[in-house]
Design a binder for this molecule. Structure first.
Ligand code: ATP
Length: 284
C-alpha cells in the first residue's frame, strides 16, 4: 500500500531533522503499528503519509505511485482518526456526520456503525453535550465515513471504557478482514498485541525495529521456563533455559519428584520490548 524510502523531514523552524532517514513498507491488508516514545515522530510520519506535511526528502509511494502526484481524490481513499476529536460542537452528531459525508463521493451506512458504537440514540444530541468517550467513538465513525481503503488511526481506543474499546477493536479487525489496510499508532501495547500484524518501533527519528509482535517477543524473550514447586512447607522457584529442556536432567528430576504449582515460559511483553528497543521507559 505504502512504500517509504529514505524519508527525512525537518520542521522549518527546527534545527534538527525530526524524521531521520526511515524506510518501511505498509503491506496491503495489514494492520501496521507505528510505535515509540512521545515526540519521536510518529504523528509527523502519519501527517506526511496523508499529505498534510510536504517538503520532505526521500520518497513516499502510495499504491506504487509517488504521493506527490496524487490530487484531492486521494482523500476519497483514506480515513483519518486523529487522537484529538475534531467536531462541530454546536451541531448534533448526526449533523456532523451529514456534513462530513458530503465531502466524499462514497459513504458507508453510518447508522449501523453508530448503533454498534452505542451512539445511535444520542445522534440528535449536540456534540458539546457528548462525553469524552462519545466524542472518541464519533471520531472513529468519522474516520470510516468514506469507506476508506487505508485507515490511519491514532490511539483509537484511548479514553474508551473496556467494552467500547472491544467494539472498536472488533470493527478494526473486520475492516482488515474485508481488505482494509491500517496504520495504527498507540501507546497501548495490548492493542498492538491484539491487532497488529507488524510493528515498527521508532527511536530518535529512526526505525529501531520492525517485525511481527510474535517475532519480537521471540527475539527479545528470555526463552526460559519458570517453575514453582512445593518444598517442605514453602514454595520454591527455579528457571531453566528453554533450549534443550528435554535433556536437562535437573529439570526432568524436578518435574518428576516435586509437586509443581505453576510452570510457564517467560516471554517478554511488548512493554518490555518497547523499553529495550527504544531505550526509553514508556511515555514518561
Ligand atoms: N509543527 C511543528 N513545528 C515544529 N516542531 C514540531 C511540530 N510538530 C511536532 N514537532 C516536533 O517534532 C517532534 C515529533 O513530534 P510528533 O508529534 O511527530 O511525535 P509523536 O511521536 O507523534 O509523539 P506523541 O506520541 O506524543 O504523539 C517533537 O519533537 C515535536 O516537538
Amino acid at each position: 500500500m505504502y512504500q517509504i524510502n529514505n524519508l527525512i523531514f525537518k520542521y522549518p523552524k527546527n534545527k534538527r531533522d525530526t524524521i531521520k532517514d526511515i524506510s518501511f513498507e505498509i503491506k496491503d491488508g495489514e494492520i501496521f503499528g507505528l510505535l515509540g516514545p512521545s515526540g519521536v515522530g510518529k504523528s509527523t510520519t502519519q501527517k506526511i503519509l496523508i499529505k498534510l506535511l510536504t517538503g520532505y526528502k526521500g520518497e513516499v509511494l502510495y499504491k506504487g505511485r509517488d504521493l506527490k502526484f496524487y490530487e484531492k481524490d486521494f482523500y476519497e481513499e483514506i480515513g483519518v482518526g486523529f487522537e484529538m476529536p475534531v467536531h462541530f460542537s454546536k451541531l448534533t452528531a448526526e449533523e456532523n456526520i451529514d456534513f462530513f459525508k458530503k465531502l466524499y463521493n462514497s459513504n458507508i451506512d453510518t447508522d449501523s456503525l453508530l448503533k454498534r458504537l452505542g451512539l445511535y440514540d444520542d445522534r440528535k444530541k449536540k456534540v458539546s453535550e457528548f462525553s469524552k468517550g462519545m466524542k472518541i467513538r464519533l471520531n472513529f465513525v468519522r474516520a470510516m465515513i468514506n469507506n476508506p481503503k487505508m485507515l490511519f488511526l491514532d490511539e483509537p481506543t484511548n479514553g474508551l471504557d473496556p467494552s467500547n474499546a472491544r467494539i472498536v477493536k472488533e470493527i478494526i479487525k473486520e475492516y482488515k478482514e474485508q481488505g482494509g489496510t491500517v496504520l495504527l499508532t498507540t501507546h497501548l501495547m495490548n492493542d498492538v498485541d491484539e491487532l497488529c500484524d507488524r510493528v515498527a518501533f521508532m527511536a530518535d527519528g529512526k526505525i529501531a525495529e520492525i517485525s511481527t509482535p510474535k517475532d519480537l517477543k521471540l527475539k527479545y524473550g528470555e526463552r526460559k521456563v519458570e517453575i514453582e514447586y512445593k518444598e517442605g512447607e514453602g514454595i520454591n522457584k527455579q528457571s531453566f533455559e528453554l533450549d534443550s529442556l528435554g535433556n536437562n536432567l535437573e529439570f526432568l528430576k524436578l518435574i518428576k519428584e516435586k509437586e509443581i504449582i505453576t510452570i510457564h515460559s517467560k516471554e517478554n511483553t511488548l512493554d518490555d520490548i518497547f523499553i529495550k528497543v527504544t531505550g526509553v521507559k514508556k511515555y514518561e
